[in-house]
Design a protein around this ligand. Structure first.
Ligand code: AP5
Length: 212
């Protein structure tokens, strides 16, 4: 099964994708991760994306859609699209792309988390600078402060997890991404999953959707 995972910033898309990779052998295509890798590598794509990301704005569709096209054409086996599409124009472009590649998406899973949780999740998030593993200062701290459990790399705060940037990201979500709920509802592909509770609880709910 191929799925789209979408929801507000901090809903747990990356956390749930990591569990799906581990437990279901799915492949994750995360536009956020692809942009961060490009920024780290200092590529032209990274240079272009960086200013948008650090301001909490969406990277232009012309850049993002091309990047996803390249990733999807390498498609092998079931995948999770995490963070794409992020607006209706991207959703329409995705449909064209999937038709061209003769791939289908089976479910559009909306991870629903009330705003009251999101700020705490995002300001408390820490990530490994080397391998990208995700932590939270309260819910999931690394065993040794500032050191990644997985690879021993430095654990840092993402530049776009500063409070002033989060505000812009949440606005971009409300304006551009939330309308995708209606888009996928009309298509009969929308499944809303409660993203609150423990990460294992949320995973259990997603697993039930995949089995249904
Ligand atoms: P991206 O990296 O995709 O950011 P996002 O969508 O804002 O999502 P996040 O990564 O912030 O959150 P998440 O839902 O993955 O939550 P996580 O699992 O980490 O994109 C970054 C930027 O790139 C965008 O702002 C934009 O500029 C650009 N971009 C990306 N895609 C684009 C596109 N398609 N078009 C244009 N621009 C694009 O969890 C968050 C925290 O909560 C963690 O600390 C975690 O440990 C904790 N947590 C998770 N689950 C739980 C739980 N159940 N209980 C308690 N804590 C939890």
């Amino acid at each position: 099964m191929n799925i789209l995972l979408f929801g507000p910033p901090g809903a747990g898309k990356g956390t749930q994708s990591a569990l799906l990779i581990k437990k279901k052998a799915m492949r994750q295509i995360s536009t956020g991760d692809l942009f961060r890798a490009a920024i780290k590598g200092g590529t032209p794509l990274g240079l272009e994306a960086k200013s948008y990301i650090n301001e909490g704005k969406l990277v232009p569709d012309s850049v993002t859609i091309g990047m996803v096209r390249e990733e999807l054409s390498k498609h092998r086996g079931p995948f999770i699209l995490d963070g794409f599409p992020r607006n209706v124009a991207q959703a329409e472009a995705l449909e064209v792309l999937l038709n061209e590649l003769k791939i289908s998406v089976d479910r559009a899973i909306f991870l629903e988390v009330p705003n009251a949780y999101l700020l705490g999740r995002l300001t408390g998030r820490r990530v490994c600078k080397t391998c990208g593993a995700t932590y939270h200062i309260e819910a999931k701290p690394p065993k040794a402060k500032g050191v990644c459990d997985v690879c021993g790399g430095p654990v840092i705060q993402r530049d776009d997890d500063k409070e002033e940037v989060i505000k812009t990201r949440l606005e971009a979500y409300e304006e551009s991404t939330k309308p995708l709920k209606d888009y996928y509802q009309v298509k009969g592909q929308l499944v809303t999953v409660d993203g609150t509770g423990s990460t294992e609880d949320v995973f259990g709910r997603i697993d039930r959707v995949l089995r249904s």
